[in-house]
Design a binder for this molecule. Sequence first.
Ligand SMILES: Nc1ncnc2c1ncn2[C@@H]1O[C@H](COP(=O)(O)OP(=O)(O)O)[C@@H](O)[C@H]1O
Ligand SMILES: [Mg+2]
Length: 327
Amino acid sequence: MALLSVQDLSVKFGGEFGAVSAVKNVSFDLHRGERLGIVGESGAGKSITGFALMNLLSAPGFINRGKVLFDGKDIVRMSERQLRKVRGNRMAMIFQDPLVTLNPVLTIGQQMIETLLAHRRLRRDEAEFIAIQKLREVYISSPEMRMSQYPHELSGGMRQRVIIAIALLLDPDLIIADEPTTALDVTTQADILELLLHLCMSNNVSLILITHDLGVVCQLTERIMVMYAGEVVETGKTREVINDPQHPYTQGLISALPQQTLPGHTLKSIKGYMPSLLSMPSGCPFHPRCAYALDECREHRPKLVHYRDASVACHEVNRLHQETLAE
Ligand SMILES: Nc1ncnc2c1ncn2[C@@H]1O[C@H](COP(=O)(O)OP(=O)(O)O)[C@@H](O)[C@H]1O
Ligand SMILES: [Mg+2]
């Protein structure tokens, strides 16, 4: 059984002009120890999906359909009490800005010890021992000394290491990391990503990595899910999708990568903008930006069609595939 099985998950935001769909029909399975990257431009619905997976959406956002089965139990239908148990013990979330997670008026040690004591029957000195050990695991120097420091006394990279140590405190099965390194400089970013990968692999922790950066997904994940305007447009093995993207949107994201650009040439980006949820185009949501769009694309919404190890929501790709099969 998959550790996490997401089935037809949809999220809406209620508003003055009626509810808009921010996430539509997202389905995927994640196995123990597996690492999945969720990519797409800003506004694609990645963070909302991450929050929905932990049932952490707040009004006006709500899950309006679907299941999120964690170890077979549906998170969408859990009571707040059951949720706190799962969230604390088995799933942890890492955000872009460590200051969102860290309490500025408590020392690192106080925050870690309180978290442990809230979830485990431990003596304070036992909790302190575990906290120091976790700080050591994320390569924080002089962890005993760090325990008595406040978040603002640490550098950005150090703070993100502390966040990772906190995420690992209760030995979770799944970590959801939302743009965990976007706020850091490039060198620190690389160190933190390597650390995250190492920790997930050595503890057999599953990872959902949310990012707009395909390079990061390539480095850390085995599977990829590309989102556009709240929908999944392509999934597959990360390496295969990066080497041979099928959906024109994925192709666009890849040709916009810096290493795809020759020196002296400007960085390509995909023309146009992702539509607002309030004015979604007819048919395929990507058609106004797509170089291959035909009438069919303007009129009918493509379904996500599943192949052996992958899936794509594009009329053209699916037609070519059928032609190949017919030959
Ligand atoms: N509080 C909110 N109220 C209404 N709509 C929202 C709210 N938060 C997010 N959205 C909508 O959901 C879309 C997806 O947001 P998000 O998941 O944060 O995107 P990203 O892929 O950049 O993480 C946004 O473009 C926005 O239209
Ligand atoms: Mg986001």
